[in-house]
Design a protein around this ligand. Sequence first.
Ligand code: ATP
Ligand code: MG
Length: 566
Amino acid sequence: MSDTQSSSAPAGNFIRDIIDKDRAALKNGGRVVTRFPPEPNGYLHIGHAKSIWLNFGIARDYQGRCNLRFDDTNPAKEEQEYIDSIEEDVRWLGYRWSGLFFASDYFERMYGWAEEMIRKGLAYVDDLSAEEIREQRGTLTQPGRESPFRGRSVEENLDLFRRMRGGEFPDGFRTLRARIDMASPNLNLRDPVMYRILRAEHPRQGNKWLLYPMYDWAHGLEDSIEGVTHSICTLEFEDHRPLYNWFLENLEGVHRPQQIEFARLNLSYTVMSKRKLLKMVQENLVEGWDDPRMPTISGFRRRGYTPEAIRDFCDRIGVAKVNSTVDFALLEHCLREHLNKTSPRVMAVLRPLKLIIDNYPEGQVEWLEAENNPEDPGAGKRSLPFSRELYIEADDFTLDPPKKYYRLAPGREIRLKHGYYVTYLNHKTNAAGEVTEVHCTYDPASRGGWTQDGRNVKGTSHWVSLPTAVPITVRLYKHLFTAENPGQETGDFLDDLDPESLTVLDQAVGEPCLAKAPPETRFQFLRQGYFVADRYNREGAKPVFNRTAGLKDSWAKTKDRQGDAG
Ligand code: ATP
Ligand code: MG
């Protein structure tokens, strides 16, 4: 077992404990039904992945069902593009829903239940404006005031509510409110609004409805209709649970799910609210929702993350009842573990410098053998062309080596990975004094990168043979934000944006196999990190590779240090 596993969360969690008890007591006949209920008002982010992992994982492990349900009750912010992306992201993460539902398909039934509440004297039509309702709501220390319209008769309420639906009144003119308790210590129970009038084109319902249900009224009904047994949501809904239950307890013959709250996922160096992510998209601070720096599922995908790594990350952080922030380095650690096992190694030079081997026959090409992945013997070998003219990394040569610099320099011999030992001969510079090419000699007896005489070299460079070098564009990324908790110190999260989070290198070259790498193929570029062929690469165009992560694991290192100290 690695040190990382020993510090991960236990396999079970408090939600599974609740489910185990419910099943033992044969509650709901022992069935388990969950749902993932996104509002289609943006792309999914890594926090949603946690909720997906939790809901779909529970359904899988208890032979239950998990629905994907679009909570499309607010037409003003919802779009078909978001619906499509959410479906794609859930599938990409590796989950399959039992049923695909839209809350808006339940509007007619919800409306019927609203009339039931009116008939029972538990709901009334209010003429107060949204602002007046807010003003009269009271505070944590002061009770609210009852609306003068609270005493309307059932008949008047039914009549007004039907006319609201019929379109007789302008937007926001009247609302339907639950009649509960304006003095309740829980503000959510102070006659919450159930319906408002809103004229907006709904992505699925068009203009059929102008009466839209509020979240608290709608959500429990959606769960109930689908027979959800455990309705899992984040902690901020804990105070809403009494209201969730109140609505369902007051309706006849409905199924009553149980709401359970858990802590939302926060990640360092990241913002996770759709509102903030949308803002960055709208202000063109990123390329779009799937910019590889975005914490969206589609952003991580384009960056080269694997669904396995994201699921593993969710496994390790587990489920908590207290909000906290998880170190981004842990996510990267999970990613590296997976990519290390699965990524073929190739050589690419990001900032090329020409290296010429003066004693190597001109025009000769040798094919050298290279292992595709030393971590995976099944990955096989490939042939690499070697020739007199090569590229090496510009920072693998210096005229003036500092201490501990073991790469090529005047007087030095180094190894070219999979190739030969080469020894510095001389170099050329341009008018500005910059080195433009380095000349070497090679030792023909060192083929494969080692010698019989056991002579050792300290430095090993990767390289690309010049005649067959494939020009590529490489994108390097840093976190979008320089602050661990963006906006905490500055007040505005955008003030913590790193203007240098993207570096584009358009002179890079790679070995021949990179020319035909299909979009989303992952590699380890030796010594440079993990890279993915961009999702939008087109045949015939210069391929772009995004750096998914560097090779250095800062999270494992922290753990080592802590281990040493303890
Ligand atoms: P945001 O505040 O980022 O816009 P949201 O909660 O409004 O997110 P929804 O579309 O309503 O987004 O969320 C769908 C589901 O995902 C909900 O059950 C919600 O609780 C869950 N969820 C959202 N963000 C997180 C998070 N950071 N960690 C865990 N679960 C989350
Ligand atoms: Mg929401």
